[in-house]
Each structure stands twice: as structure tokens, then as C-alpha cells.
Ligand binder design. Structure first.
Ligand SMILES: [Zn+2]
Length: 166
């Protein structure tokens, strides 16, 4: 297993735990060279049969590590604990394996990740949704954003995304 940051082979395993449904093992590793930490997944053969249908129609094996990378990218420096990001990735992993037999659209994976992020960090959610979630239109995206606002803006104080009256 090469380090995803500096590509050095061999990384120390600092934690191993089974994925909740017993389909594999998640290992937390630390690179011996750059000391950065990352997560690897090992799973049973049957689990790797799930294919992701990409937007261009091609199929690739489902990869929980890439789900986690997308979550990490969306969170950036947001104060989201690593275990929370992993929990979202695990939940998406488990739910798509539960709900899909052989193939799952990439959009569906993105939708589930977005829902997980929405409960955790709204900035990360919007970031993820704007990059990965295939909104059909700007208005659909803005509509989604308005769901994040707890209270409607006071009269005379339109939200950032509303068009001023003309
Ligand atoms: Zn490294």
C-alpha cells in the first residue's frame, strides 16, 4: 500500500476495525516517510462486484476510498473530525451495497454523500453538492441552499441568492 501523499511504500497500521456490516476491514495507516495518515479498505471478494455507472456510461468498481476522498476534499479545513468523515463514507458504502445488487449510478452515491454531509457541516455540504452533485439547473441548486437556512430572511433583507425586484 503506497502512501497517497508521497507514494512511499509501506505504511504503519495504527488502527484496524471491521466495517459495520462485516464486509471488510478498514485500516488507519501512517506513512513512515511523511508521517501523514490515511485510510485503506480491504474487503471480501463479493463486495467488489458492485460497479459504479459513471455519467459517461462507463463502469468502474465501487471504491469506498474514493468516496472518502471526495468527502475529505469537500471538508477541506472545516472542523469535521476524521472519524465523522469515515462514518459518512461507511454509511454510504453500506447503504449502496444494501440497496443495489450489481450497479449503482455515481449520481446516487453523490446524493447519499451530500445527505451525510448536510447533517454534519453545511459549508462542506454546499461545497460537495456544487462539485459532485449533478444539479440540473442553477435554480435547483439555489433551492437546495434555501433549505439550509433555518429562518427566512426578514422583509427588506433579501438573502444572498435572491434576485432583487426590478
Ligand atoms: Zn507519505
Amino acid at each position: 500500500m503506497n502512501c497517497p501523499f508521497c507514494n512511499t511504500p509501506d505504511a504503519r497500521v495504527i488502527d484496524s476495525r471491521p466495517i459495520e456490516n462485516g464486509s471488510g476491514i478498514r485500516r488507519r495507516r501512517e506513512c513512515l516517510a511523511c508521517k501523514k495518515r490515511f485510510t485503506s479498505y480491504e474487503r471480501a471478494e463479493r463486495q467488489t462486484r458492485l460497479k459504479v455507472i459513471k455519467k459517461d456510461g462507463s463502469r468502474v468498481p465501487f471504491d469506498p476510498a474514493s468516496v472518502l476522498r471526495g468527502i475529505q476534499a469537500a471538508c477541506g479545513k472545516r472542523p469535521v473530525p476524521e472519524v465523522v468523515k469515515q462514518r459518512i463514507a461507511d454509511q454510504v458504502d453500506e447503504s449502496v451495497h444494501r440497496d443495489f445488487e450489481q450497479e449503482v449510478p455515481s449520481r446516487e452515491i453523490g446524493r447519499r454523500v451530500a445527505l451525510g454531509l448536510r447533517d454534519v457541516d453545511q459549508v462542506a455540504y454546499v461545497r460537495f453538492a456544487s462539485v459532485y452533485h449533478d444539479f440540473q439547473s442553477v435554480s435547483e441548486f439555489q433551492e437546495e441552499l434555501t433549505h439550509l437556512v433555518d429562518k427566512p430572511p426578514a422583509p427588506g433583507h433579501p438573502s444572498l441568492f435572491e434576485q432583487p425586484d426590478r
